[in-house]
Design a protein around this ligand. Structure first.
Ligand SMILES: [Zn+2]
Ligand SMILES: [Zn+2]
Length: 182
């Protein structure tokens, strides 16, 4: 089945522009002086309500896409800055960008040979949502993202323990060889 652009009805190719909810987390690890420069955005999961042929076709429907999420249409002009705290687009309460949260984004994705879409390589983040304001769909996404992150952290801990054991063995070996033979 060929997907169509909902605005211009052209068949979608492998290069697309999506409107999506993104489970994400920001780490301040890049060089620079301001949070904006330092922010490295990590996409943990993505759910895509709509896909378009171009950003122009996506922008044409942005107001209604936002309204469907219970968000004001003016957020089509909204841009999320680097944080670390940004206001929730729905209730205005602070959202901590360093913790897993939901971003409302649009961006370019590519269809991979396995039929999955890539994460956006370039994106516009219109707003973020606090825990209270995410819909049921995004809550599933949050759970998925938390789970994913737990697995990543467990793998990191396993790797770290293995490295520590390796170092301990090397220390033991070094001590043994340093002992004078009697
Ligand atoms: Zn189009
Ligand atoms: Zn909120």
């Amino acid at each position: 089945m060929t997907l169509q652009c909902p605005t211009c009805e052209k068949a979608l190719g492998s290069a697309r522009h999506v409107f999506a909810l993104q489970a994400q987390q920001v780490e301040y690890t890049l060089p620079g002086e301001t949070p904006n420069e330092q922010a490295a955005l990590k996409t943990l999961a993505l759910t895509t309500p709509k896909r378009y042929c171009t950003s122009a076709c996506c922008k044409a429907q942005l107001p209604e896409l936002l309204e469907k999420l219970g968000l004001p249409a003016e957020l089509q002009f909204g841009r999320v800055e680097g944080g670390p705290i940004c206001p929730c687009g729905h209730c205005g309460k602070p959202v901590n960008m360093t913790q897993i949260h939901i971003g409302v984004i649009r961006g370019h994705v590519a269809l991979k040979p396995n039929g999955e879409e890539s994460y956006p390589n370039e994106q516009t983040m219109h707003t973020v949502l606090c825990k209270k304001c995410i819909g049921a769909q995004a809550q599933d996404l949050m759970a998925f993202a938390r789970n994913h992150l737990k697995k990543v952290k467990a793998a990191q801990r396993r790797e770290q323990r293995a490295t520590e054991r390796e170092h301990a063995r090397e220390r033991d070996a070094a001590e043994r060889s340093a002992k004078p033979a009697i």
